[in-house]
Design a protein around this ligand. Structure first.
Ligand SMILES: Nc1nc2c(ncn2[C@@H]2O[C@H](COP(=O)(O)OP(=O)(O)O)[C@@H](O)[C@H]2O)c(=O)[nH]1
Ligand SMILES: [Mg+2]
Length: 227
């Protein structure tokens, strides 16, 4: 039996950085939705990827960046295995906000999380105010992978999610080497995403993963509202 990794990933960052657009781009690579309304609370999505021989099921939690929802953040990153922290390369304040998200994770999470720092909107190169070097150096300092992406231009979005999957597999491999048998039967070397918004069934699983102990979705839409 191939090892299957199931992981909860939270997407954090300032409002307007492009978190929802990145998640939607990853879930539906061929489209960019410009009509994304500011997220209320959080939504979740289930993304299935095959990375070499390993099957990975990612539960993506797209949080809202608004300050008024910030106090809700712990319920989203509780029991999360990875965090994607997103900023906008054209808005310095969104990059400055990254440090506070990292501090918040450090204060509230007592195990090592896979971290990925994302500088989004590289299609707006002429409006860039955060250098690639600054992003890379900060990512290095927090032991995170680093990508500059464009949800609009579909640049490096899938690569970032793939790296998170690879890092999660590596963590699992270190923790449970016996589960990873060399040469195990597997899929092709292409990664693939079979994605859909959360159903009731997935919502139940996510509620367990998040420790909330109940189905936090409203089924059809997969929205998880603040309560
Ligand atoms: N130019 C450009 N605009 C983007 C990109 N990603 C998101 N946006 C826009 O930035 C705004 C905020 O995006 P959204 O995904 O709602 O950000 P969130 O608040 O972090 O979830 C929206 O108007 C998006 O259309 C990108 O890569 N490039
Ligand atoms: Mg959003």
């Amino acid at each position: 039996m191939k090892p299957t990794i199931e992981a909860k990933i939270v997407v954090l960052g300032a409002q307007g950085a492009g978190k929802t657009s990145l998640v939607l781009r990853h879930m539906n690579k061929s489209q960019f939705s410009s009509a994304v309304s500011p997220t209320i609370g959080a939504s979740f999505f289930t993304s299935r990827m095959t990375v070499d021989v390993d099957r990975v099921k990612l539960q993506l939690w797209d949080t809202a960046g608004q300050e008024r929802f910030r106090s809700m953040a712990p319920m989203y990153y509780r029991n999360a295995n990875a965090a994607l922290i997103v900023y906008d390369i054209t808005a310095a304040d969104t990059f400055e906000a990254v440090a506070s998200w990292v501090a918040e994770l450090r204060q509230n999470v007592d195990y090592k999380m896979v971290l990925c720092l994302i500088g989004n909107k590289v299609d707006l190169e002429d409006r860039r105010v955060v250098t690639k070097r600054a992003g890379q150096e900060y990512a290095n300092s927090i032991d995170a992978s680093f990508f500059e992406t464009s949800a609009l231009g579909n640049i490096c979005v899938h690569e970032a999610f793939l790296q998170v999957a690879l890092d999660l597999i590596e963590c699992e491999r270190r923790a449970h080497p016996e589960r990873f048998v060399p040469g195990a039967a597997g899929a092709g070397d292409e990664s693939e995403t079979d994605s859909r918004r959360g159903s009731n069934a997935d919502g139940g699983a996510l509620a367990l993963a998040g420790g909330a102990g109940r189905d936090e979705t409203d089924g059809e839409s997969g929205e998880s509202k603040c309560c």
